[in-house]
Design a protein around this ligand. Structure first.
Ligand SMILES: Nc1ncnc2c1ncn2[C@@H]1O[C@H](COP(=O)(O)OP(=O)(O)OP(=O)(O)O)[C@@H](O)[C@H]1O
Length: 366
């Protein structure tokens, strides 16, 4: 295991009675980065956090923290702190005492507590709020108190379970920025849970996309957005056009009855595949100048672009984000570069997928 790895799951399965919530999950978390577990409700994100925190044990498999097996290590012996969705602050204690709580339990000396709490409050920009009651604080301020309470213990890892979900959109965006900056300044490993893909893309060094107790794909936001491994990831992260097709040969695919140049290689000739093209990678042209022809069915003005929806002759729906307008009911052409075509194989393992991408990225840079 590399030194940079702080947490490692090895074939972890978690069952509650007969229900399997995590299935043979293996992954590594790199030290000092902002990691996000992203997936729909019920996919097992919180269960992973609770296993890391030590609130429960895996049914099968092994969890390592700093290279040591921790399956049975109690929560209070782990250098891990959790910020809960509802913050779990003590309403009868003021800001200072909420942050000081853990240090008092550890029987730390008063002078030291004063110093550490003040430093933690300074970090989250809450200096001067020490004597405020929790119910006199706004949602965003409560959020910061909860974070100060976590960082005051100087943990190696902070787990954040949907901490922004109770905030309105504007405050949520501000806090996304703040949390990201805070993580950079502290250099502590953050593991953040959300079901909001935009939030995950904006904040993370690394995203783990989950569905039904399985990690579908992990990687940087750009990798995951640009090269989704399967239909679930392509659909969950951003908007996608997904059609069935086949790989004719290296660098050539076929879909909607035509052949198109692409950048993928190394697949079997005539292998069935799925193709993803992002709406912003489609350009509107005159019908005869495009690679595809569609009839415009609807158009919405979205501020930065028009969202245009049309159908090709085979009945496939195509979504386009364009600064150019189209006319509903008319035919338009759609043009795209070979790089806009992303090839997905059925049931490809993440290792094979990574190898395949490396292969053609090397090819592209030659
Ligand atoms: N203690 C438990 N006993 C039985 N089932 C549980 C328990 N905890 C979680 N589950 C089930 O495990 C599944 C995964 O739950 P988990 O909380 O990890 O999902 P999640 O991805 O965090 O979802 P959400 O975004 O809704 O919080 C759910 O179907 C949930 O009902």
């Amino acid at each position: 295991m590399e030194e940079q790895t702080i947490i490692r799951f090895e074939n972890v399965t978690k069952k509650f009675d007969e229900t399997t919530v995590l299935r043979d999950v293996s992954f590594e978390i790199e030290k000092g980065k902002f990691h996000t577990l992203l997936g729909p409700s019920g996919c097992g994100k919180t269960t992973i956090l609770r296993l890391i925190a030590g609130f429960m044990e895996p049914t099968e498999g092994t969890i390592y923290i700093n290279g040591k097996k921790v399956n049975q290590l109690p929560a209070n012996k782990r250098q891990v702190n959790t910020v809960f969705q509802d913050y779990a602050l003590f309403p009868h204690l003021n800001v200072f005492e909420n942050v000081a709580f853990g240090l008092r339990i550890k029987k730390m000396k008063n002078a030291q507590i004063q110093e550490k709490v003040r430093e933690a409050l300074r970090f989250v920009n809450l200096e001067g709020y020490e004597t405020r009651e929790i119910n006199e604080m706004s949602g965003g301020q409560r959020q910061r108190v909860a974070i100060a309470r976590a960082i005051v213990n100087e943990p190696e890892v902070i787990l954040l379970d949907e901490p922004l979900s109770a905030l309105d959109l504007k405050l949520r965006t501000e806090m996304q920025y703040e949390l990201r900056e805070l993580q950079r300044r502290l250099g502590i490993t953050f593991i953040f849970v959300t079901h909001d893909q935009e939030e995950a893309l904006a904040m993370s060094d690394e995203i783990f996309v989950m569905n039904e107790g399985v990690i579908q794909q992990s990687g940087t936001p750009i990798d995951i957005y640009d090269e989704p491994i399967n239909r679930f990831v392509a659909d969950f992260i951003g908007e996608s056009n997904i059609v069935s097709g086949k790989m004719v040969n290296d660098y050539l695919v076929e879909f909607v009855g035509k052949q198109f140049e692409c950048v993928d290689k190394g697949l079997q000739a005539n292998e069935s595949i799925e193709i993803v093209i992002r709406p912003e990678d489609l350009e509107i042209t005159k019908p005869e100048q495009g690679k595809l022809e569609v009839r415009v069915d609807s158009q919405l003005f979205r501020g930065v672009h028009y969202e245009i929806c049309g159908f090709d002759d085979a009945g496939n729906e195509w979504l386009v984000h364009s600064t150019k307008k189209a006319v509903v009911g008319t035919k338009i052409g759609l043009y795209f570069e070979p790089e806009a075509i992303h090839v997905m194989r059925f049931n490809e393992s993440e290792e094979d997928f990574d190898r395949r991408l490396e292969g053609y990225q090397e090819g592209a840079s030659k």
